[in-house]
Design a protein around this ligand. Structure first.
Ligand SMILES: CCCCCCCCCCCCCCCC(=O)SCCNC(=O)CCNC(=O)[C@H](O)C(C)(C)COP(=O)(O)OP(=O)(O)OC[C@H]1O[C@@H](n2cnc3c(N)ncnc32)[C@H](O)[C@@H]1OP(=O)(O)O
Length: 853
């Protein structure tokens, strides 16, 4: 009896193994056949079949290129060749990873994808600020961190124990092994809080006064009405974070993500810092830049699978749509109003008290929180200026002693290809469409049937909120010794940002500084993807097209340049392969590849509307080079004598440009001095770009020019010392100046034409939508006549920012009523001459001497 049983067991095992491997190879075969057919429908169906039958999608990326990789590489023979070479390498890596897994190193899986060699040593970005958070910077990071290889979080499978069941159902096994966290639900405590009770009473008293009634009965009715409203607000806001739902979604994501992404790459050193930070039991506040709806999904996914407590995420209430809203709620979303509108001319005290109390209770009960400071996805590819509401609550929770400290974690995410929408319509003036259930379904189906390359997540080093505030406080005291109220005080009753009507200027600037610091840090630690680099080079340097050979040289130079400034890139390998790959990903609507005179030539589609999308990719690098471009533009309009320019002149122009673009870029951290940052950027240009000659030569020039000045002016008075920069007039250096200046030229054009269109406001007023539409119309007309050079200047975002700037500069006035904004000119500017004078102030940067030579 025993023998046949053993025999049967043996056979069962063999059959299971056979089923397992045939399934895998069948899938690969099926995948290849369907891929060759290039049919969207077939592709979708295949993915569904795969999803239902395969053990795992991620698994066979260890043995063969994924569909996406195949799609991307069919056009590139060179890359295909590399795939086959990679086979051996992959197998070796799999063996290594298996070994690691046996040692219990869950994430030490090294995986090679053609675009990114994971084993290559990378620049380690994202350490926190040395000026503001010196102690935090010394913590959490190990000396060896920098040497770790990148990992693809989708390749988990090999890291498991070698048991048959755990291998076969690896992802089920993985999610079942994760650390269990209790996620306390605090919503039922909100209404009992004093802050909410007081807000309810306050509003009821106000409503009673407004009604001219003094009846107690009516007052009680108002109290009940406001209490009911508060209850509804809590129920709409609350998150129902569930451990089971998180694990289940994680399992689904392991299956789905490889359908449309090659890899999700993180630096294990950064994950390790987070793991250590989570052991401190302080709340972690994740502050990511927002590019795509995938951002929060991937963040929670990565955190969950690294045993880090999943955060509650502040989500705009536009996402509270049927089914998906409830799903997001269960996965950690708590819903906030996108805009805290004053209600009927008054602040919505009840809402503010509810939000404040809810977040307070969440933090006190140990939840981590995630908030997208920018308040929405970037429409331009550049980081947006922060919003302060949610962070101000977190800061206050610390100030009033509810929490002892919190660790802030700036996060940046970047994608080779933008996943959800390209915002072209919005940028060309069409209103934003509200999310609906149908759109969400359509979007998911579309995503599953497309290929988006790789993405990269960079977690910055967590830093202590207490330390940061202490440093700001000390700096504040040094620069302003008369400040009586210290920032770092604990007084819950008076300090409340949402609790009181007036937010003190000191608190405002504190929250503003923290937010701007975080956005700046995130921008600095965003990895540059292949598509960013290609789009940037094409739009800023080679708008008329360029041969592949020359593009390769420029690409390598750009990569070196980025490495020198400690920016990591999200690609590796031969530049020619990377370029071909990026051309494929961007597609023929954005980049054209053709043979001209027997040579491969790449050309951007630099016309509307396509160029808006291309500039989205390029803008990641525009942000990086913005200050250099400012200096080139400043130089182009500076007074140049004997090939020298005075530092004062250069600085004045540069500061003016930085102030023009204050809503476009953060040129320095709040703890830095802008003038010093500009000076050090000029020094950098002397060394790296050779636009100015080194100091020794410049100093000699200062001496000589002073002598000449004395001789001619016959002046006894000593001239104040003026540092001069000698300009390198070589052809190459001049070309460099032009190239750098052109990086910001589309923005200069947008700002100038917006200034020009203010003419239409003379003696009248316009709604923002009307004004923006007339600026866009003017731009399109100028584009048609050739007065405007850059199609990407025609975009809503810079126009709106320009209007904000002109308002700040005191030229425009804006009257807001609800969502409507009415613009009119300030009295002093309400005539054509003043508007023209102002326009010339901006427009001069379009026609700088060095640029038209
Ligand atoms: C395992 C796998 C799972 C995977 C699956 C995971 C899924 C996991 C969940 C999904 C989750 C989705 C997530 C979506 C992502 C978004 O939906 S992003 C959009 C929503 N999020 C945000 O907007 C967050 C950032 N925004 C804010 O903080 C905004 O301030 C607010 C709160 C939205 C309000 O905006 P606003 O009305 O424009 O007002 P704002 O001028 O910012 O100021 C509001 C108040 O802030 C305060 N304030 C303003 N300035 C300052 C200052 N400088 N200092 C201090 N206080 C200030 C004042 O109290 C002010 O009130 P008032 O004094 O004016 O009355």
């Amino acid at each position: 009896m025993k023998v046949p049983l053993e025999f049967a067991m043996q056979w069962f095992k063999v059959l299971l193994n056979l089923f397992h491997y045939s399934n895998k190879w069948l899938n690969i075969g099926l995948k290849c056949v369907l891929t060759w057919q290039f049919s969207v429908f077939a592709n979708g169906t295949k993915k569904m079949v795969d999803f239902l039958t395969s053990r795992t999608f991620a698994s066979y990326t260890n043995y063969a290129p994924s569909t996406n990789q195949q799609n991307n590489t069919l056009a590139s023979l060179a890359t295909l060749k590399r795939y086959s070479q990679d086979q051996k390498y992959r197998k070796q890596l799999t063996r290594e990873a298996d070994a690691n897994a046996r040692d219990g190193l869950l994430f030490n899986v090294k995986e090679s994808v053609p675009e990114l060699r994971m084993t290559e040593r990378r620049t380690f970005m994202g350490l926190c600020c040395q000026n503001c958070t010196f102690t935090s910077r010394e913590s959490l990071v190990k000396k060896t961190t920098e040497n770790l290889a990148l990992i693809n979080v989708l390749n988990h499978e090999v890291a498991f124990k070698s048991g048959f069941l755990s291998r076969t159902f690896s992802h089920v096994f993985q999610v079942s092994q994760l650390k269990r966290y209790a996620f306390p639900q605090v919503a039922n405590l909100v209404l009992r809080d004093d802050r909410v009770k007081k807000a309810v009473e306050r509003v009821a008293v106000q409503q009673l006064k407004d009604s001219d009634s003094t009846e107690d009965e009516f007052y009680q009715e108002l109290i009940k009405k406001n209490q009911a409203r508060a209850k509804k607000l809590v129920s709409d806001m609350r998150s129902t974070l569930s451990d089971f739902l998180l694990r289940f979604t994680s399992w689904i994501l392991y299956k789905l993500l490889p359908c449309f992404m090659n890899s999700v790459v993180v630096h294990p050193g950064q994950v390790d810092m987070l793991k250590q930070a989570s052991k401190t039991n302080l709340p972690l506040i994740f502050l990511p830049l927002h590019r795509s709806h995938l951002d929060y999904i991937l963040l929670s996914f990565i955190l969950l699978n690294n045993d880090i407590r999943s955060p509650l995420v502040a989500a705009g209430d536009n996402l509270r749509i049927p089914f998906f809203g409830s799903l997001l709620r269960g996965l950690g979303a708590f819903f906030i109003k996108r805009r805290i509108d004053p209600m009927m001319g008054r602040k919505d005290h009840v809402y503010k008290a509810v939000l404040h109390t809810y977040m307070n209770l969440c933090l006190r009960s140990g939840h981590n929180i995630e908030c997208f400071l920018e308040g929405g996805r970037t429409r331009t590819g550049k980081p947006c200026m922060p919003k302060y509401g949610v962070l101000s609550v977190i800061v206050e929770t610390f100030m009033d002693g509810t929490i002892e400290d919190a660790l802030l974690v700036p996060v940046s995410l970047n994608y080779e290809k933008l996943i959800d929408g390209n915002f072209i319509k919005e940028q060309l003036g069409e209103p934003k469409k509200m999310e609906t259930f149908g759109d969400a379904l359509k979007g998911i189906w579309h995503v599953l049937n497309s290929s988006y390359g790789s993405m990269r997540v960079d977690f910055n080093q967590p830093f202590s909120l207490r330390e940061l505030i202490k440093t700001f406080d000390q700096n504040n005291k040094i620069s302003n010794p008369n400040v009586s109220a210290r920032v770092l005080k604990s007084n819950p009753s008076t300090n409340s940002l949402y609790g009181t009507d007036v937010v003190s200027e000191e608190h405002k600037s504190l929250v503003e500084n923290i937010s701007k610091h975080v956005i700046y840090d995130c921008a600095q630690s965003t990895s540059v993807m292949s598509t960013n680099a290609l789009a940037f080079l094409l739009l800023s340097k080679f708008r008329q097209g360029i041969t592949l050979q020359k593009l390769v040289v420029a690409f390598e130079d750009l990569k070196k340049d980025l490495e020198l400034s400690r920016r990591d890139v999200g690609f590796s390998g031969d530049a020619v392969d990377v370029i071909n790959y990026a051309v494929e990903l961007l597609g023929p609507a954005l980049v054209k590849k053709e043979k001209l005179n027997g040579e491969d030539t790449i050309k951007p589609i630099a016309i509307l509307p396509n160029v808006i999308e291309l500039s989205y990719y390029s803008n990641s690098l525009v942000t990086h080079f913005a200050l250099e471009s400012v200096i080139a533009l400043a130089l182009s309009v500076a007074e140049i004598r004997l090939n020298t320019v005075s530092q004062d002149d250069l600085m004045e122009n540069a500061l003016e440009l930085c102030s023009f673009f204050q809503y476009e870029f953060l040129f320095c951290k709040p703890c830095q001095n802008l003038e010093m940052v500009i000076t050090s950027c000029i020094d950098d240009l002397i060394i790296r770009k050779e636009i100015f000659l080194p100091e020794a030569e410049s100093n000699e020039l200062v001496r000589r020019s002073r002598n000449i000045a004395r001789q001619f002016e016959d002046d006894d008075e000593e001239e104040p010392f003026q540092k001069l920069y000698k300009i390198n007039t070589s052809k190459e250096a001049m070309e460099n100046v032009k190239y750098m200046a052109h990086i910001l030229m589309p923005l200069i054009e947008a700002y100038a034409i917006t200034g020009f269109t203010l003419e239409t406001l003379v003696q009248r007023q316009l709604l923002e939508s009307e004004l923006v539409a007339s600026v866009l119309k003017e731009m399109k007309e100028q584009l048609a006549t050739g007065s405007l050079n850059y199609d990407e200047s025609v975009a809503v975002d810079p126009v709106k920012n320009a209007l904000k700037l002109y308002q700040k500069l005191g030229i425009l006035e804006c009257h807001q009523e609800g969502k409507l904004r009415l613009y009119y000119l300030k009295e002093a500017y309400d005539n054509s001459e003043s508007v023209k004078l102002f326009y010339n102030k901006v427009n001069k940067y379009r026609t700088g001497n060095l640029l038209i030579q």
